[in-house]
Write a protein that binds this ligand. Sequence first.
Ligand code: ADQ
Length: 489
Amino acid sequence: TRRSRGRPMKQRLLVVANRLPVSAVRKGEDSWSLEISAGGLVSALLGVKDVDAKWIGWAGVNVPDEVGQRALTRALAEKRCIPVFLDEDIVHQYYNGYCNNMLWPLFHYLGLPQEDRLATTRSFQSQFDAYKRANQMFADVVNAHYQEGDVVWCHDYHLMFLPKCLKEYNSKMKVGWFLHTPFPSSEIHRTLPSRSELLRSVLAADLVGFHTYDYARHFVSACTRILGLEGTPEGVEDQGRLTRVAAFPIGIDSDRFKRALELPAVKEHINELTQRFRGRKVMLGVDRLDMIKGIPQKILAFEKFLEENSAWRDKVVLLQIAVPTRTDVPEYQKLTSQVHEIVGRINGRFGTLTAVPIHHLDRSLDFHALCALYAVTDVALVTSLRDGMNLVSYEFVACQGQKKGVLILSEFAGAAQSLGAGALLVNPWNITEVAASIEYALNMSPDEREKRHRHNYAHVTTHTAQDWAETFVSELNDTVVEAQLRTRQ
Ligand code: ADQ
């Protein structure tokens, strides 16, 4: 820690992510209303000791005029946020195009839809150029706010080009990069036309972090196979310079959930829900409506379960809460109608005049409503086809102190590595297996539920988001010190 006039000074942390944790609505020519979205990352960073964090990112709105930009910059400064302004064309090519159409499906092992394949191949170069331009714009803003000694923490697949841009500005800048999605097998990564350039720019960072050891290993093998570099237990070496590569599994702010469950309004809501579903077991799914979350597969597995277990038909209900995302993308629209169709069919098939087996909501719930739902759930179903970690599984466990419900969890979610011993792990593609797990979960003895819950609860409450952020930042500081020592030797 640096000192100034005898007082310890907090280390400054610049957190760079595509989106700032705010939603901004323009109220007039020079006035904005801002709402901070209290996500996991925000509370993780608020909890990091001895660090003074600022956010740099896109506010999610197009602000073409200078008056508006200046006003937004001022308003954001009060929330410790610094905006990067991206125009509509660059957002279209960089964010919708390269990030969400190219990297997102690829990193989750999902191919492009047939009709998009050729179009994507054709537009690849211009999208990748826009990606690099956008990353450079982030770098310009970081550089303008950087002070010696700051730590710069870049987040996610949107900013793989950023570490290189930052080091070009200042090779002494402490730069870390963390990926929130899986990093796929090197066999998948090597199909990307920009495979080498992306790897090289990430390697410019001092520390590269992933949720699991497997993703870190995939990244190191991509560097050895595609770039011909040397992989060591510490990371990747290139001409004597080491980029440290390691796993930093994220967590949640579990106390925030525990505190919410103590609020009178939440308790009342829990009572209401309990009354509402009396006599039925509650199964819950909470996901962004995204291909990676395996929502249609989950619902088909539930149908199979109902088919095979007629005695359960009026004794169980599945609540599926799906927040729509990327609603302007045709593939996501198709997914929404596919889910609606399956839900409609199953409710038509197994519903009665007074009850339906599936309640599907296309929207997000506020934090307190979500906590109440987690608390009344008997079985949570997380069936992602691939997922970097999956925080819903953690949040469910954090709210189950009383009920000790069962978590059915996809083996393809990063969370399977940490909650695998307490959860029932499934292959989400195998709906017969998932249906059998639902049956097993609903019939599980209280002893077994208690034992499994205890394991997961201990994990979720001790591996928190704050620990994650603190570990990453201190490892980044150490990595830089070690590198300096090595070069002096
Ligand atoms: P996501 O893909 O968004 O995150 P996840 O980790 O499950 O997935 O986090 C989703 C968050 O949104 C949770 O905090 C959840 O409570 C909230 N949420 C989801 N649906 C909601 C709904 N209907 N209403 C209200 N809130 C809802 C990415 C990666 C993950 C990785 C995280 C963090 O894809 O694999 O775990 O980043 O690194």
